[in-house]
Design a protein. Sequence first.
Length: 260
Amino acid sequence: MHCIHTSEEDLSLDSALALQRPSQEPMKLLNTTLGLLCAGAITLTAQTEEAPTAAEAVQIDGAKIGHWTMDFDAAKKIAAEKKLPLLVNFTGSDWCGWCKLMDKGVFAKEAWTKYAAENVLLVTLDFPKDKTIVPEKYVTRNEKLKDQFEVRGFPSYVILASDGETKIGQLGAGKGKTPESFISEFKAVVRLSPANIEAFVKANPDKAKVYKAAIKGVEDAKTELADWIGTKPERNEENTKKFQEFQKSIQTAQDELGKF
């Protein structure tokens, strides 16, 4: 999983270790940890200003580029035809404070809607308290997709390749996020899809070796952190600093990749 940028909540060693499970392999643990930290695993349930929710504007059946829909299959079909990625919004539209914050601060803004209209299929998978919001035909499917893509918190913005199956990244909420910042995060993830990597290499054969080395640098930095977390380090000041150093290494590797 590629999580190029994280949310604005502080990442901590305690957060990482608290997510450990005996059965999880180190790399899977890191993916789970980063996914949760990106999504804001502890959901904000406090009241926020009233904002348009995804459910209020979402299509129930059918799909169009740049328009939110509950119809995952219809969105997958268009994504495959147009070779576009999907952004799947796992949300609690009528109770999740972070979800409402992102709806109002990012997805309701013109900059986002103009970008999405040409670049992405948008899918809403809603888990509301009001069970009348989601048609019964989608309830079980939503649960299956939540498990399939290992979503642990709301909101989680899972980015899929045009095949509708390959998870290429996951983004989350943040108080200071704007349409522009979210678009930047989204682009950073999408550029690492298998299709985009192949296209870059074909278009830039002279840079292919260095580009692939930069990708490997990101993966190696993440693997080092995963292996270290797998040793279940003690929670203390020294290891907290070490955890932060691993994070800095990942960010440095991602910055190098971002030069392409």
